[in-house]
Design a protein around this ligand. Structure first.
Ligand SMILES: *Cc1c(COP(=O)(O)O)cnc(C)c1O
Length: 463
């Protein structure tokens, strides 16, 4: 297990034992509900449908590759988080996982708040009508222009990431005659991925202000003295794709310890704590994520217990799931272009996309599942690797895949759980055009982000 290869902050790595891959599934036509969006099923003809639409029809109408998003599933997951945390807590969807104006409207309608971490994300949120006071602005190097825009827009909180930023935001807010609500992001010396976490005194990473050495306490001390700032709480984000709650337990213990020190020194009890995001989802049948209600119960209990121990009023909790809401709701639909058996090794299946629409496999060694979706097949399974069309041998979408041995050019295959960090991290490598996002609901499909065109590409190239 690699415990240190992934930088902190927006961490999406799945870390699995070396040489790990599952045995072939008993039935290659089966669709594990753990990894597929809620309304996905295989119809009587063997064609996979989502929201009542056949993937063959989606491919005809919208082309491939395409991200296909199950709107009902997105809304259900957003609502489940909202309901699980209730009215005494806030759920901020982490926009970096996937952001579009349609998604912002769904979040608004389902009562969630929104995290943004750039001017572009802020612009998207505001243009879709998300009330500014439900937006949190993140980032370790927000530009003065971004800060000014966020303050002018009236964002509900800015999460401060450094000593310099404390002064910078205070100065901008004061010059605009505003007292900006802020949280201070600290690093508590906990790094969590999947089934493990490590607790250390120091965290060697770019985000936040270390608790170690009294730095976080000093940051709060300074922020409390500045007229432009209203310090509403402490923020901690410990990792990504986490299944094990014990990392949050250590983090909450340390955050509450700081709240207590602040109370003892300054006589103020900060009213909020944010425990970040990072909750895991199932990319393959081996993953066992927790339900939002279990997570809410565990986090609430941990914070309540810690606060009772420290004789503090329990602060309002917020969480920031990104992947756990949008990840499972989409799959990427590809057309098979070539099938190349390599004797004694495996079969390379080339699709019409690749690392430009899903960089996670190359970047994090992420594991994915894949299925033939345009028809059912009774053929024997073959060990395959699904690769893209880029000029790069690391252009792998699914490293170890079992697919039917009769797979042929023209078949449609789909990779589930690509809702998070795929479209949002997509690139134009090899001048490949980024796929559309097609939202499906109740038998109707609608493009929410259109496919890029060569015109789009050439528009930026001024010659
Ligand atoms: C990336 C990030 C999140 C969301 O992480 P997920 O793994 O998508 O849940 C939440 N909060 C902060 C501060 C982040 O950087």
């Amino acid at each position: 297990m690699s415990r240190s290869a992934h930088p902190a902050g927006p961490r999406h790595a799945d870390v699995l034992p070396e040489g790990h891959y599952s045995a072939p599934p008993a039935d290659l036509n089966a669709l594990d509900p753990k990894v597929w969006a809620q309304t996905v099923e295989r119809d009587a003809d063997g064609v996979v449908t989502v929201g009542g639409m056949a993937v063959t029809r989606l491919a005809e109408e919208y082309g491939t590759p395409a991200y296909v998003l199950d709107e009902a599933d997105f809304r259900a997951r957003a609502r489940a988080w909202r309901t699980a945390f209730g009215t005494d807590a806030d759920v901020f969807y982490a926009g970096k996982a996937f952001l579009s104006r349609a998604v912002v409207r769904w979040l608004d309608e389902e009562g969630l708040n929104l995290d943004v971490c750039s001017g572009g994300e802020l612009a998207t949120a505001l243009s879709a009508g998300m009330p500014a006071d439900r937006i949190a602005f993140h980032g370790n190097n927000k530009s003065p222009e971004e800060i000014e825009r966020a303050v002018r827009a009236g964002v509900g909180r800015i999460v401060l990431d450094s000593f310099q930023e404390i002064v910078r935001v205070a100065h901008i807010a004061q010059s605009l005659g505003v007292r900006q609500r802020v949280q201070i992001r600290i690093t508590v010396g906990v790094e969590a991925h999947t089934h493990e976490f490590i607790a250390t005194a120091h965290e060697d990473q770019k985000f936040g202000i270390p608790l170690a050495g009294g730095q976080a306490a000093e940051a709060v001390r300074r922020a409390l003295q500045l007229d432009g700032l209203e310090v509403i709480g402490i923020h901690s984000h410990i990792g990504s794709q986490i299944f094990d709650m014990s990392g949050f337990e250590v983090a909450a213990h340390r955050v509450v310890g700081l709240l207590k020190d602040i109370r003892d020194e300054h006589g103020v009890e900060l009213p909020e704590i944010d425990l970040g995001g990072g909750l895991g989802i199932a990319y393959t049948s081996d993953d066992d994520p927790r339900e939002p209600h279990e997570i809410a119960k565990a986090l609430t209990e941990i914070v309540t217990r810690e606060c009772e121990g420290a004789r503090l009023r329990t602060p309002r909790i917020s969480v920031e799931p990104g992947r756990a809401i949008v990840g499972p709701t989409a799959f990427t639909l590809y057309e098979v272009g070539t099938v190349k058996p390599l004797d004694g090794l495996r079969t390379y299946v080339s699709v019409d996309g690749g690392m430009s629409d899903n960089i996670r496999t190359a970047l994090y060694d992420a594991e994915y599942s894949v299925a033939l979706v345009s028809r059912a097949s009774d053929a024997e399974s073959m060990l395959a690797r699904v690769v893209g069309k880029h000029c790069e041998s690391g252009d792998i979408v699914v490293k170890d895949a079992f697919l039917p041995g009769d797979l042929a050019p023209g078949d449609l295959i789909a990779v589930p759980a690509t809702g998070a960090y795929c479209r949002s991290m997509a690139s134009n490598y090899n001048h490949v055009l980024r796929p559309p996002v097609v939202a499906v609901r109740d038998g109707e499909a609608r493009v929410i982000v259109r496919r890029e065109t060569e015109e789009d590409l050439l528009r930026l190239d001024v010659g």
